[in-house]
Design a protein around this ligand. Structure first.
Ligand SMILES: Cc1cc2nc3c(=O)[nH]c(=O)nc-3n(C[C@H](O)[C@H](O)[C@H](O)COP(=O)(O)OP(=O)(O)OC[C@H]3O[C@@H](n4cnc5c(N)ncnc54)[C@H](O)[C@@H]3O)c2cc1C
Length: 609
């Protein structure tokens, strides 16, 4: 390869090379895969990323500044759903990171693993090698599978993504945890929330580095995986270039077509194309390439080259609902950073020591089971209603539904995630992230108490409606298409209302803002009506190239040779909690699956980033 000092290269440099593997999308999964595949210096890897390199941008690296990027085209694809009949016809914004590092560069930084049972459910769906034993526990012996946290059996020490606990806490954080345990009437049994059991309430790890040169900064795919390996001569990364399709010779992927500065180019991949465009763009790119449901392709004016009806189906998300309170006068929260004097003082602290609220995003969360929130009669009627109103059509959907019924019936299953965020997150504005994060008026400070069902029954789709690669696909998340999801969320709101009314927390709260002070949350119907009008995405889109359906368990696209998908679109069912860590784990395993099919890797003593 031509010698440059950095893998980040110009168009000419990129086109001058020949690649074994071309990775589409330099995001969370894509950079992990590219870095792992380029560990062998004889293997040439090219990455094409639509967004820019923003490694040195303070909005990206300062942990608490994520709200300033979400909903802004400089950082975010700013996708929007079609109107959702389950939520009074509202549209719901669908942010996705459009920068080197992808969504790991704009997300809330929460570093969470799912429950053991969630991954075991993937294996039960027929995906061999994807259970807990095979995936997240690998860091135990093989730290790269889960990045570092503390020095115990569930956390590695030398992984690429660095995590840490906040060094700054809001005054009410401990009170929230106490209130949650008071409502449940039980003390904490939580040992390690990354051990496959995260039932309970705690301040989570954040993907914030505490290493010298990155101290107090976001640790994400661009800094954790790519940055230490920029000197590799066999790795080239081209930014600000939009992949328009995968080129095929019959049913064999041969390379990629992309657009830079309005000009079309192609690049060949002699071994494989790896699609890591994320949950919206991976199915979009497959469909633009003629791989997908023939009817969808025909309607979009794209010739069908490989029929695969599962592409773009099985969309799932975690839906966020919640309650918003003003804090009593004088109670600090991240909203206090609106006050210019306080913000200046905290910024000085952050610049000098990399500590304080700017380096400590809200991390307070927890998990409860649905079975612990309702009595036996209500649990039985929920299950009967799920069966009666079942919308499951495919084998995958039917098996998933039975798994969800098992999960909801199990008092040890993390069915509902809860958050206490010391800032105003306005769930009446799920359609617009800039309004969602708008600070409260009159320099007030607020607290947001969020609730989120983890194993949704509703399914949606992502499909192209045009052959234009720059046109956003049609995103129909199907929120509350199955009304049981709204009913389960409504139970979570009932529980959260009790938490807010525990004296230990109530002492910090002033008026309720959402639902407005005085609005009743007494009946099932009132709570159902409230959640049906007040939701946001929790940004945990999955499933549009699902393992076992659109692709096989080696992540190969069914019906196409030399083409894999490796990103969050391959999750076949949902996991409890935030999904960045699981996406890294999928990418690590995906890279190993690619290596297993290429004899050149047997010779390599995998150095780790
Ligand atoms: C606002 C937000 C907050 C979140 N908060 C958290 C959190 O706190 N904790 C957590 O665990 N998870 C969180 N998540 C979820 C998590 O970050 C994502 O699920 C995960 O990062 C997705 O990884 P991915 O590799 O599938 O996609 P991405 O990381 O989105 O990568 C896809 C990449 O492909 C590129 N791309 C797409 N199309 C093309 C094309 N045609 N040509 C070239 N490049 C293309 C994109 O620009 C992007 O860089 C959040 C997500 C968002 C958006």
């Amino acid at each position: 390869m031509t010698s440059t000092t950095s893998a980040l290269c110009s168009l000419d440099e990129f086109l001058a090379e020949k690649y074994d593997y071309v990775v589409v999308g330099g995001g969370t999964a894509g950079l992990c895969v590219a870095v792992r595949l380029s560990e062998n210096p004889d293997v040439k890897v090219g990455v094409i990323e639509a967004g820019a390199n923003r490694i040195d941008d303070p909005q990206v690296f300062t942990p608490s500044l994520y709200p300033t990027m979400i909903g802004q085209e400089k950082y975010d694809w700013c996708f929007q759903s079609v109107p959702q009949s389950g939520v009074n016809g509202k549209t719901v914004s669908q942010p996705r990171g459009k920068l080197l590092g992808g969504s790991s560069g704009i997300n809330y930084l929460m570093y969470v693993r799912g429950s053991k049972k969630d991954y075991d459910a993937w294996a039960k769906l027929g995906n061999k090698g994807w259970d807990w034993e095979d995936l997240p526990r690998k860091p135990h012996t093989n730290p790269q599978y889960m990045p570092i946290a503390g020095p115990d059996q569930y956390h590695g020490k030398d992984g690429p993504i660095h995590t840490s606990f906040n060094d700054y806490y809001e005054p009410f954080e401990e009170d929230f945890c106490k209130a949650c345990y008071d409502v449940g009437g039980k003390a904490s049994t939580l040992k390690d929330a990354w051990s496959g059991d995260h039932m309970g309430f705690y301040s989570s790890l954040a993907a914030v580095s505490r290493e010298a040169d990155e101290n107090g900064r976001r640790s994400y795919a661009a800094t954790g995986y790519l940055k230490p390996n920029l000197g590799r001569k066999n790795l080239k990364v081209l930014c600000e270039s939009l992949v328009s399709k995968i080129t095929l010779d019959g049913n064999r992927a041969t390379g990629v077509e992309f657009i830079t500065n309005g000009e079309k180019h192609t690049v060949q991949a002699s071994k494989e194309v790896i699609l890591s465009g994320g949950v919206i763009n991976s199915p979009q790119i497959l469909e633009l390439s003629g791989i997908g449901d023939p009817e969808v392709l025909k309607a979009a004016g794209v010739e069908c080259l490989v029929a695969n009806k599962s592409v773009g189906a099985n969309f799932q998300d975690h839906v966020l609902g919640g309650i918003l309170y003003d804090l009593k006068d004088g109670t600090r929260s991240l909203d206090s950073l609106q006050n210019p004097e306080y913000a200046k003082a905290q910024d000085e602290i952050y610049q000098k020591t990399r500590t304080g609220p700017y380096g400590s995003p809200g991390m307070l969360m927890g998990f409860v089971s649905y079975a612990s929130l309702v009595d036996k009669e209500k649990l039985d009627s929920t299950i009967a209603e799920i069966r009666k109103t079942s919308q499951a059509k495919t084998n995958l959907e039917k098996t998933q539904e039975e798994t969800i019924i098992e999960q909801l019936s199990d008092p040890t299953s993390a069915n509902i995630q809860t958050f206490c965020i010391g800032a105003s997150l306005d769930v009446s504005h799920g359609e617009d992230q800039t309004k969602f994060f708008q600070p409260p008026p009159n320099c007030k400070t607020r607290i947001t108490l969020l609730v989120c069902p983890e194993h949704p029954l509703s399914r949606g789709t992502v499909h192209i409606t045009s052959s234009d690669p720059s046109a956003h696909p049609r995103i129909d998340p199907g929120y509350f298409r199955n009304p049981m999801d709204a009913k389960i969320l409504a139970e979570g709101i009932k529980w959260m209302d009790k938490v807010a009314n525990q004296p230990v927390l109530k002492k910090s709260l002033a008026d309720r803002v959402l639902p407005p002070q005085g609005a009743s949350l007494e009946t099932d119907q009132e709570r159902f009506d409230y959640v049906s009008d007040h939701i946001s995405t929790q940004y945990h889109l999955i499933g549009t190239c699902a393992m076992g359906e659109a692709i096989d368990d080696a992540l190969k696209v069914k019906g196409v040779e030399r083409l894999r998908v490796i990103d969050a679109s391959v999750f076949s069912g949902h996991v409890s909690g935030n999904i960045m860590a699981t996406t890294y784990a999928v990418a690590e395993k995906g890279a190993d699956l690619v290596k297993a099919d290429d004899s050149r890797y047997a010779k390599v003593d995998s150095p780790r980033a």
